[in-house]
Design a protein around this ligand. Structure first.
Ligand code: ZN
Length: 604
């Protein structure tokens, strides 16, 4: 999306629009030190924790962690996409976006394709509701409990079982054949035959809307399952329809998703329709393709909490796992719901109502690791060593990513009980796994020796680590030419706080992509980040003021990193000793000696 607004326009908007003016339309701001404060518009509170720093053009809320610049603010406050926010802010500042010819041309073509779709939607809808030819389709929907209101709300329709009824209707209204093909409503005849035929024939039609409620594509389902051909058929990818970037039902569900702070992800059109009809309106569906990062980002605009309620069959399980990892990587909290009796959400909610369905969402949805354990245990023989190993391999990476020690302990016990391997061995495997990941980055560090005398000033505890990491983030943001220095002397891997890690990793990539640090623009970088990182970065840039000596920072970070490695190694060694794995003990001990020697070097 960002590509549609040229960078210099974004720059111009940021220079001309004042954040305090925009924000003050939503809340009343009071001066407090160098910042302005207010009651946060994004969460409910009694004492103001929402800060605006006009000089830097940033806002940050201590209560809910929301933060960013004026783009972030307006996107959050109005549910705008980036382009919509740019249009709105540009109009506020009297900046013309229209004089960008690219936008104009693309928009004009897109608009005409959307108009064709909207005309087709009316045609399909008429055939379902008002034509005798659509009786069978209407009967099918009624039998599945779909009401007239829902048919209207979702704009459902029926495509006649004829080769050219839509084409005829459209050409009478002066729509060109080439536009109909561009929007995917007709296909050229196969082989030597000339001419076209309607893509959707004899199908219930589910119009697919974008967030603004405009028809961008269609899905069609056959009524009679005995008829050959695919059960579901979608519009092909077009200029306005990209399956990987949209979610079915999002236009109707987004307010409810935000209100409930939860989205339920289902598999099919009918699942969305049945749940909405029964009053569960925070459901959306991905359209039969693998769940994508773009889709995760759409969801993240409204909530971090996702329940996946796909079908209980094998394909549904695999889709759940794929969706899970994508959502997880994008910072969502994901639980998986497997409905009883092998039902899909459509069947289940029609049988047990909203209450029964929501009861399952609340009580039967389980987190990632439990779900993976369940699946892997079904697929492998747990009475064989090979089977136990496979289960553990399948989970270990996710397990090492769990930050909370309490959760970790819970899972380790759960796995231990399930597969019959001691908790110590699982912990040792985890250590081995995370070290094999960290070692990728250590060679570079071994060359670096930092000497300084003032290091004793600082506590070596976690609070120093956090402060120093935050300072380093600020240091490279304010002086992006230091990124190379950072990579040489510190390295992303030796940071311990995951948000600092992600932030610097994104910064490095951003600078590489935009052709060097001299072209770096902080404000433009900020809006490319996911919401939680925008918040974290805005917090650092608006709140932090302390400065530290860079040598001290490097020392503290390196020292803590070695300390952690050595502690982990010692734990692994004692676990390996307990389970009498002599080979492993030997190799761990030689690792330990090496680490301790390197550690000593930075201390001297
Ligand atoms: Zn807040």
């Amino acid at each position: 999306m960002i590509n549609f607004i040229p960078e210099e326009k974004v720059q111009e908007i940021l220079e001309r629009v004042s954040i305090e003016q925009i924000v003050s339309r939503y809340v009343s701001l009071k001066q407090q030190g160098k910042n302005l404060v207010a009651i946060c518009p994004f969460h409910s509170e009694d004492t103001p924790s929402f800060n605006v720093n006009p000089t830097k053009g940033l806002f940050y809320c201590f209560g809910c962690g929301a933060g960013g610049n004026v783009f972030t603010f307006i996107m959050k406050a109005e549910n705008y996409t980036f382009v919509e926010a740019a249009e709105f802010l540009a109009s506020q500042a009297g900046i013309l976006l229209e004089d960008n010819k690219l936008i104009k041309k693309v928009d004009k073509e897109k608009n005409s394709l959307i108009e064709i779709n909207s005309l087709a939607q009316k045609f399909f809808n008429y055939m379902l509701i008002d034509s005798t030819k659509g009786e069978k389709a209407l009967e099918y929907l009624k039998k599945r409990g779909v009401s007239n209101e829902i048919i209207a709300e979702f704009g459902l329709g029926y495509s006649l079982d004829e080769w050219d009824s839509l084409s005829k209707f459209m050409t009478k209204r002066k729509v060109s054949v080439s536009d109909l093909e561009k929007v995917g409503l007709i296909s050229p005849r196969q082989g030597n035959a000339s001419g076209y035929y309607d893509r959707f024939r004899g199908r219930i039609i589910f119009p697919i809307y974008n967030l603004n409620g405009l028809v961008i594509g269609f899905g069609g389902r056959i009524i009679d399952d005995s008829i050959k051909g695919p059960k579901y058929l979608n519009s092909p990818e077009t200029k306005i329809f990209q399956k990987s970037k949209l979610l079915y039902g999002m236009n109707l569900a987004r307010d409810e998703i935000r209100r409930k702070d939860l989205v339920i992800l289902v598999e099919g059109y009918m699942d969305v329709i049945a749940t909405h009809q029964n009053g569960v309106k925070n459901t959306v569906a991905s359209l039969g393709t693998a769940f994508t990062a773009e889709q995760a980002k759409i969801l993240k605009r409204y909530t971090d909490n996702v329940v996946i309620a796909y079908d209980a069959d094998e394909a549904g399980q695999e889709a759940s796992l794929r969706g899970l990892s994508v959502l997880n990587e994008n910072g969502c909290k994901v639980n998986i719901l497997t409905l009883p009796e092998k039902s899909d959400p459509d069947d289940y909610i029609r049988k047990y109502g909203a209450e029964g369905f929501m009861d399952c969402v609340k009580n039967k949805a389980i987190p990632l690791i439990e779900y993976k354990l369940k699946i892997a245990s079904q697929k492998n023989r747990l009475d064989t060593i090979e089977g136990k190993k496979k289960v553990l391999d399948f989970i270990i990476n996710d397990l090492t990513k769990v930050n909370s020690l309490v959760e970790r302990e819970y899972y380790i016990r759960l796995i231990s009980n399930k597969i019959g391997v001691t908790e110590q061995v699982i912990a040792a495997e985890m250590g081995k796994h995370s070290r094999s990941l960290q070692n990728i980055g250590t060679n570079r560090d071994k060359k670096v020796i930092v000497r300084n005398n003032s290091k004793e000033k600082y506590l070596m505890g976690n609070s120093a680590q956090v402060k120093v990491e935050r300072f380093l983030v600020r240091y490279v943001m304010e002086n992006p030419q230091n990124i190379e220095w950072f990579q040489e002397n510190v390295g992303v891997h030796s940071l311990q706080y995951s948000k600092s890690k992600l932030l610097i990793r994104d910064l490095i990539k951003y600078v590489e992509d935009s052709g060097g640090s001299d072209k770096f623009c902080f404000k433009n970088f900020l809006i490319t980040l996911p919401e939680d990182l925008q918040g974290y970065l805005s917090e650092i840039m608006t709140v932090d003021t302390e400065t530290y000596s860079i040598n001290d920072c490097v020392y503290i970070i390196k020292n803590n990193w070695y300390k952690l490695q050595v502690e982990n190694l010692k734990k692994e060694i004692s676990a390996a000793e307990e389970s009498e794995q002599k080979d492993i003990v030997d190799s761990l001990v030689s690792n330990l000696v090496e680490f301790q020697r390197d550690w000593k070097q930075i201390k001297s």
